[in-house]
Design a protein around this ligand. Sequence first.
Ligand SMILES: *Cc1c(COP(=O)(O)O)cnc(C)c1O
Length: 405
Amino acid sequence: MTHQITPPDTHQSEPIPESARVAIDALLRSGDLFRYTAPQDAPVALLEREFAAMMGSRYALAVSSCSAALFLSLKALDLPRGARVMIPAFTFAAVPSAVVHADCQPVLCEVGDNYRIDIADFEARLGDVQAVIISHMRGHTSDMDAIMALCDVRNIPVIEDAAHSLGTTWHGRNIGTLGRVGCFSFQSYKLVNAGEGGILITDDADLVARAVIMSGAYEHNWAKHMAGEDAALTAAFAKYQNQLPLYNLRLSNLSAAIIRPQLDEVPRRVRDGRAGHDRVAAQLGTSPWISVPAKLPPEERAPDSIQFNLIDMSDDDAAAFAAAAARRGVKVQVFGASADNARAFWNWQFIPGPVPDLPRTRTMLSRACDTRLPARLTVPELDAIAAILLEAATEVMGQAKAYGT
Ligand SMILES: *Cc1c(COP(=O)(O)O)cnc(C)c1O
């Protein structure tokens, strides 16, 4: 092995801010871990208020995961059993799983080699669906102007899966506030890390009232979701009292105590993540065998990983590239290459019916690579990752070594 470059550990998390300790210590002493024990202002309720204010939404509901938020969003839309819900064919298996969990049928649409929804294919399938989940996979934003216009004119509700898009904007508006409801994740690989957790945001009082009750606000616990007078919300809670199942997908106060101090860190993580991504993207772009698709003009990204396509490589070359990078200490996943990848749609065999024929997405997945780039990486660490990826491509494609030291 020839590597003189030491790659960073990209799986290590940032430390949780010190200020979380005081809140966690108080919770450990009191044992007050359940969101509905305190008469008001439990950490989970405070998190919801802070998150809604940060995003510019009226309401937020914190739950056990983004998957739970997606499931509750579908349930809150009151879709009929078996309703068809469109999702992009490039997403994480948890998304079609949430659709199946909500007794709906996932309908997959094509995704282009820039990782964004193919709008022509999306439009062609729209006549036959009752709702849409736009999964901003790896934080890549599809053309939301086109998507919202197409869905609004047909009165089709849009759920944004913004699990990986906290801090991303579209025309300056926060991703997650464009559709009827937006869902975020606090799982460890996302921008805010609580191990597990999720939150949904919406301006729709009726929808949030249904989601609050179904999340497990039994009896009159919904009253603890009221922050001041809100006639529309009061009426909605009264309407749905005792009418809906309780799925118990609540978040613990302990998780909220870990999440709240991280909200202040979001602008810094977004800034550093974007700068680090763009630095590595510029270096990868010098290789004839690697292309990093450009963002769409209205989008400002908040990446914590980088995706790029391999050019002129066979399946064997792509595998050799990933192996060469791994030997140098950088983990690269080719989405469509591993046998059981959870982001390859042909592996979602729990969806009723045959595996759909989606040649554009399949081709993209066979050459699309994924490497983590957490916001905490330093410039020398970012440059080490870029140099290793360039060296790996050069090694596989048999050129004289043209890059790096
Ligand atoms: C992580 C992720 C999810 C699932 O989030 P959980 O909180 O783990 O349920 C869904 N969609 C996308 C795009 C994700 O990145």
